[in-house]
Design a protein around this ligand. Structure first.
Ligand SMILES: [Zn+2]
Length: 130
């Protein structure tokens, strides 16, 4: 049985969007997870200009792996390569989440239509008066 064969314009809109996303996204093998942030950190040298200022700028990737939070410093010379891979990862993750949500919505529509069909078939008859 195809769980996602619900009828109607909402269902076909959802399916259309789903196929758009599925076609668009092959698994991007080099994509990066998490959040990419620009931090400022003081190096600790008392004579450094950063001791009184904001600190040295530094890119970091915060991500979860095996249920553990990680932070990885990203060298400045890598950022032009890392940024698009991070963006790609975020878009892919959003697309996957949207496809799964669409499947759940299609399942809901299917259930509703199935229920309505059952009611139509089984119309209770009024007992006739003798
Ligand atoms: Zn410093």
């Amino acid at each position: 049985m195809n769980l996602y064969r619900a009828k109607g314009s909402k269902a076909s809109r959802l399916r259309q969007r789903k196929h758009e996303l599925v076609r668009q996204y092959d698994i991007p093998e080099n994509a990066l997870p998490g959040s990419l942030v620009l931090k400022h950190r003081r190096c600790g040298k008392p004579t450094c200009h950063c001791a009184t200022g904001k600190g040295h700028p530094m890119w970091a990737l915060n991500f979860m792996a095996n249920g553990k939070a990680n932070t990885e410093r990203i060298p400045f010379e890598w950022i032009d390569e890392v940024q698009p891979l991070h963006q790609q990862g975020r878009e892919y993750k959003n697309a996957v989440a949207e496809v799964f949500a669409i499947n759940a919505q299609l399942l809901t529509l299917m259930r509703q239509q199935h229920q309505a069909q059952k009611k139509k078939k089984k119309k209770p008859r009024k007992p006739r008066k003798p």
